[in-house]
Write a protein that binds this ligand. Structure first.
Ligand SMILES: [Zn+2]
Length: 201
């Protein structure tokens, strides 16, 4: 019997930061949500990077081993991105050519296809990711990181001011005074603590 998956959080206001928040440490205890390939696909559905149907198809198409390897790579890319983005948000003008080259390597795995489909009797042009192998799952995540550093103001990428909270968010408020990941999430820590207690039992 496997343990229930820890709760995933989508409160950062940007998928790249939600990705960083896929590991968090309320009260100092590290919680990993991308525990395996299945969890990675679930997270990608939650982040709207793939649809439910795509995730189900990918799970049938790739071996468990390949998906687990993609999750392992995702965890290491996440910690690499955390280091880069921590530096970038306070010092955006520094030379990040190594990080950029690394990210471009992940972006190169992207393969997209546009398709005309009929949905609800209307024609629409949809843009789909094709995944040649499980490692290509990192590409849409890399795209979100690239979007963050090209489209957003680094000063608005903030760490939550909550005591013991390790979550980050993009401050999209008009006055730019958001300080907390979210009232409910920091309030939610009681829930997470309860979850941990259940795990210990
Ligand atoms: Zn918080």
């Amino acid at each position: 019997m496997s343990d229930p998956a820890p709760p995933t959080l989508f409160l950062a206001g940007h998928p790249a930061i939600d990705f960083l928040n896929s590991a968090y440490a309320p009260g100092g205890q590290q919680i990993e949500t991308l525990v395996d390939g299945r969890a990675l696909l679930d997270w990608m559905v939650g982040a709207k990077l793939v649809s439910d149907a795509e995730a189900a198809a990918l799970q049938r198409r790739f071996t468990r081993k390949a998906l687990d390897a993609a999750a392992q790579e995702a965890r290491s890319v996440r910690e690499w991105a955390r280091t880069w983005l921590s530096a970038w948000r306070t010092n955006p003008a520094r030379d990040y050519s190594d990080e950029i080259a690394e990210l471009n390597g992940l972006l190169a795995r992207e393969d997209r296809q546009r398709e005309l489909v009929v949905a609800k009797r209307r024609l629409s042009l949809v843009d789909r990711s094709r995944f040649a192998d499980a490692s290509a799952l990192l590409a849409p995540i890399a795209v979100e990181i690239a979007r963050l550093v090209t489209e957003e103001d680094p000063a608005l990428v903030k760490a939550c001011a909550g005591a013991d909270c390790t979550l980050w968010f993009l401050d999209r408020t008009k006055a730019h005074r958001r300080m907390f990941c979210s009232a409910s999430a920091c309030g939610n820590r009681a829930k997470v603590a309860a979850f941990r207690l259940r795990q210990l039992k």
